[in-house]
Design a protein around this ligand. Structure first.
Ligand code: FMN
Length: 162
């Protein structure tokens, strides 16, 4: 943890893009809670998540839910998530509040401490239809900087147990 301008912030962030972690759908034969993984891709994913102290989930809303790829990535593991704080940031045409609530419940099922950074980030229709495949945080999220900063403070507090 580091003090930056009087605020406590995590020391380092790493972007983990699920595009770079193409986990096959529900392919492990065993129960993830047992922590015995047959496939190397699951063992690598396990090491990646076990090494993190906290998570910021950034997800679009798809038909009021969150994408299947995110659920699959969560479901591949169990203990690696447990006991860790999670900040949920959603975006979409309507902001993503409904998928935030669904993700919060699943995080609780995984024994995490989830916090919803609200409200979700509304993307303009022109931005969605442009469909460039990339979100530019500086442009799209700039208006939400203060909200996100506040939510990040709550995440840090959850991590410290205060
Ligand atoms: C299959 C699908 C369903 C969507 N459903 C919703 C929705 O229920 N509510 C919403 O606000 N936006 C919805 N959108 C808009 C997406 O949230 C928006 O296009 C977002 O930018 C997609 O992010 P991505 O490009 O990272 O996949 C949907 C988009 C797709 C592709």
């Amino acid at each position: 943890m580091a003090e930056v301008g009087g605020e406590t912030t995590p020391d380092a962030f790493e972007v983990v893009d699920l595009k770079d972690w193409p986990l096959p759908m529900d392919d492990e034969p065993g129960v993830p809670a047992a922590g015995e993984y047959e496939f190397e891709h699951t063992r690598a994913w396990s090491r990646k998540i076990a090494a993190a102290e906290a998570f910021v989930f950034v997800t679009p809303q798809y038909n009021w839910g969150y994408p299947a790829a995110l659920k699959n990535a969560l479901d591949h593991l169990y203990r690696e998530w447990a006991g860790k704080p999670a900040l949920i940031v959603t975006y979409g045409g309507h902001g993503g509040d409904r998928c935030a609530e669904q993700l919060r419940q699943v995080c609780e099922g995984l024994h995490m401490t989830p916090i919803i950074a609200g409200p979700g980030l509304r993307l303009p229709r022109t931005r969605i239809e442009a469909n460039t495949g990339e979100i530019d945080p500086a442009g799209e999220f700039a208006a939400h900087r203060d909200d996100l900063r506040q939510s990040l403070g709550a995440l840090v507090a959850a991590r410290r147990g205060t």
